[in-house]
Each structure stands twice: as C-alpha cells, then as structure tokens.
Design a protein around this ligand. Structure first.
Ligand SMILES: Cc1cc2nc3c(=O)[nH]c(=O)nc-3n(C[C@H](O)[C@H](O)[C@H](O)COP(=O)(O)O)c2cc1C
Length: 426
C-alpha cells in the first residue's frame, strides 16, 4: 500500500525557517520507497479568507483533494506572537467544514526564534486539529532558536535538531504502518476488495463528502466524454412537452399547467428523494453529503435500489454522484462502482448491469417547458436490448406519475398552487 503524505508549510515569509525544517522531513520521507509526499507551500495557493470566494478555485480544490487523499498529514508551523501562524490557521480553515482532516493522523512540527521553542503554537495547533477530528500524534517536535539551527543555505548545523526534525516524518510513517495499513488490509480482505486494482481504489474515495469534480463544467465534461466514447449505449428520447403530457394523462385531475421553474423544482426534489417521487423506478434510497462546490454547484451522493434498465434484469443498488446546475436547469447523475456511505462505511453498486450516467434537464419556455433526458450506459459495445427497452418503455410511463406525485406532495395538488412561485426547499 502506498502511504500518501501531505506536508503543509505554515510560513509564507521569503527564506522562512519553517520550510528549512520541513525540507529535512521531506528528505527523510524520500528514503521510504512506499511513501509519496505532496508538499504544500501556501504562498502558491492564494487561499481565501473564510466566507470570501476562492480566487483560484482549482488550486483550492487541489489542496483539499490532496489532504482528502492523504493517508497522513504533516503540519509544519512557526510560532507567531505566542500562537499558531495565521497562514497555517487559514490553511486549516480552507479544508472544509466538516474538515477533510477529520480522521487523518497528523504530525506536528513547530519552529520558533525564541528559547522556549514553539510550545504555545503547537498546543494551539493540537487543539485545532483535535477539534476538527484529526488524530494528532502524541509527540510534537518543537525547534527553539531556529535561526541558529540552519545556516544561510538552509543546511541544518545542529545534529540533535536534525535528528529530532527528521523524527517527525518517521513517527508519522511508523504510526501509519502500525495502525492504519493493517486496518486497510484487513478491511479489504474482509470485503474481498482487491487493493491492487487501480479502478477499484480510484473509484472508492477514502473520505466521505468528497466530490470527483470541482465544478459543473468539469462534471459536464465527464458526461460528454462518456457520451462520445466508442461502445457506449446512448439513449436520447425526444423532449417531452410536460403540459401537453399532463393534459392527456389520467394521473392529474383538471387543467394543470407547470411553469419551467416548477418543473425544475420537481427535478431537484426527485434528485434528492427519488424514493418519494418515482417509487416505480426507485424502490428505496437515501442521499447524503450535500455541499456546495466552489462554483456554486449543489452536489451530493445517493444510493438507491432501482429497477434494472434491461427488461430481464433484477433490481440492484445504484450509487450516483449528483451535480445540479440551477442556472442551466440541468442535473447530472454519475453512476459509481463504490463510495463511502453516510456512516463512513463503504457502499458498493450492484453488478447486475453496467454503470450509467444520466442527464435530466428542463428546456423550452416558462409557459411550455420541455423535459429532456439523456442516458449513457458504460457498455463495452452498444447494447440493443437497452435501446429497445427504452423504445418500448418511453419516459411518458414514469414522467406523468412523477409530476402527479410532485403536484400532490409539494403543491397541495391544486392548480392555484402550481401557478404560484413554489421554491422547493432542498
Ligand atoms: C509576526 C511574527 C511574530 C513572531 N512571534 C514570535 C513569538 O511569539 N515567539 C517566537 O519565538 N518567535 C516569534 N517570531 C519569530 C519566528 O519564530 C521566526 O521568524 C522563525 O524564523 C520562524 O518563522 P518563519 O518560519 O516564518 O521564519 C515571530 C515572527 C513573526 C514574523
């Protein structure tokens, strides 16, 4: 198992002493063949103050992902005014709420110009890390009079200090080897997961709440890539005029017309809670991990037992990442093989059918909205049975009952309510 370590330098001052100490740790970790290190220098990230928009959302996402993917983390920080440096605190504040540091083993390294070392800042850092749920290693390394320990070229001139600082890296690796690796291997053994299969490992995130894409544009790019890949089974039925459908359907009484906004609200409600709105398709399910991505995209994961797409298939578990674009009124669902469930335990999709991605969208006008959808099954070669099934079993079969259910649940089943603006609070 590769041990991934993210090492964050908490000083951005030119020629700072913290990075000199950290480079000893990096040097030490480079001697371990099974350890991969990602050093993070905060002056390269331009992190936002909490609450302000990210100036470089991709850099922020990469930073968060690096910590989320890490087996362990090293925080190297200077002591400023008797406390933890503001860059280090800002870095931690940018790791999400809940934090991706939660559950990670963390080694602390502090440096200070003063004779008592970085005792105060390390204590603060320990408290902050514990607060966000990290497992802080018991012994923190504190370097006093750090300006005397390194020469002008950044070379450590104090052998005792050098040993102590290198020890921060080895302590973390030893802890991971002793406490984390056996657990991961035991779990994999128990669940029959092949840890050497890159596909299986890549598809199963190690931290709940992590999204594959940082923005809706990136998610759309994945959908279009899948759509255009050779061998996939693509289905794109004609757009459905929902008001014309409702007018000829028995599912709804009276002259009911939906606006484009109401149709979108129905899509949002169904995405989160498909068991309520399309019980004929989704037999049971739950959604979790809802968060807003840096570009404003609402995102969550859902797991549900769904009827199979093939007529002869049994129902099975479908795990989907969901990305919503309220401005474009489009939802993208990405079938995933495995995920971390709401309780932190792995969940796996059924193998009863290939994974598939779906887009549901609202187009047309406010008065005459259209329901559009596309599905791409991730088949090795196009499957005519799936296409035939769609042809004989059109969207009208489930669309009218779904809209009727939404009207009943969210709009009190009344025409008046439909005419009014009805934002759906999800
Ligand atoms: C704003 C600021 C406050 C500081 N406060 C302290 C302090 O309270 N105690 C101390 O020992 N050193 C203090 N120092 C000195 C740093 O510990 C010293 O610069 C050391 O090199 C580590 O910081 P660096 O990694 O940014 O170089 C302070 C330095 C700065 C820039």
């Amino acid at each position: 198992m590769t041990i991934k370590i993210t090492a964050i330098c908490g000083s951005v001052r030119p020629e700072n002493a913290t990075s000199k100490a950290l480079s000893l740790v990096l040097d030490e970790l480079a001697t371990h063949a099974d350890v991969e290190v990602t050093p993070v220098y905060l002056e390269e990230l331009d992190l936002p103050l909490p609450g302000l928009p990210a100036r470089d959302p991709e850099a922020l996402e990469r930073f968060q992902q690096s910590v989320a993917d890490a087996t362990g983390v090293i925080l190297a920080a200077p002591e400023y005014h008797g406390g933890v440096s503001s860059p280090m605190k800002l870095a931690i504040d940018n790791l999400g709420f809940p934090s991706v540091l939660a559950g990670k083993p963390v080694a602390l390294l502090g440096v200070a110009a003063g004779g008592i070392g970085a005792i105060k800042s390390l204590e603060q850092l320990r408290g902050i890390c514990a607060h966000v749920g990290a497992h802080v290693l018991p012994l923190a390394v504190s370097v006093a009079r750090v300006h005397l320990a390194f020469d002008e070229h950044g070379v450590c001139v104090d052998e005792a200090v050098e040993q102590q600082v290198r020890g921060a890296g080895t302590a973390l690796v030893d802890y991971i080897r002793g406490a984390i690796c056996p657990r991961v291997h035991m779990e994999a053994l128990a669940r029959g997961i092949d840890l050497t299969s890159p596909e299986r490992v890549d598809r199963a995130p190690t931290v709940p709440g992590r999204n594959t894409h940082a923005s809706f544009d990136d998610a759309r790019a994945e959908f279009e890539r899948a759509w255009n890949e050779p061998g996939r089974t693509r289905i794109e039925p004609d757009a459905v005029d929902v008001n014309a459908l409702l007018a000829r359907s028995d599912a709804v009484d009276g002259d009911v017309r939906l606006t484009g906004q109401t149709l979108w609200d129905a899509e949002v409600a169904k995405a989160w809670d498909p068991g309520t709105y399309i019980p004929g398709v989704v037999l049971e399910g739950e959604s979790w991990g809802r968060r807003t991505l840096p570009d404003g995209t609402p995102w969550f994961v859902r797991s549900s037992r769904q009827v199979a797409w093939r007529a002869d298939g049994d129902p099975g578990v479908v795990i989907e990442e969901v990305y919503l674009d309220p401005a474009g009124r489009s939802v993208l669902f990405f079938g995933r093989a495995a995920w971390i469930g709401p309780d932190g335990e792995p969940v796996e999709a059924g193998e009863h059918q290939p994974l598939f991605h779906v887009e549901h969208a609202v187009s047309g006008t406010e008065d005459q909205p259209l329901n559009r959808w596309r599905i791409v099954h991730l088949t090795e070669s196009e499957d005519p049975a799936l296409i035939e099934r769609q042809r004989s079993h059109g969207s009208a079969d489930w669309l009218a009952p779904f809209l009727a259910k939404f009207i009943e649940v969210e709009l009190d089943g009344t025409t008046e309510a439909i005419a009014a603006e009805q934002p759906v609070g999800r």
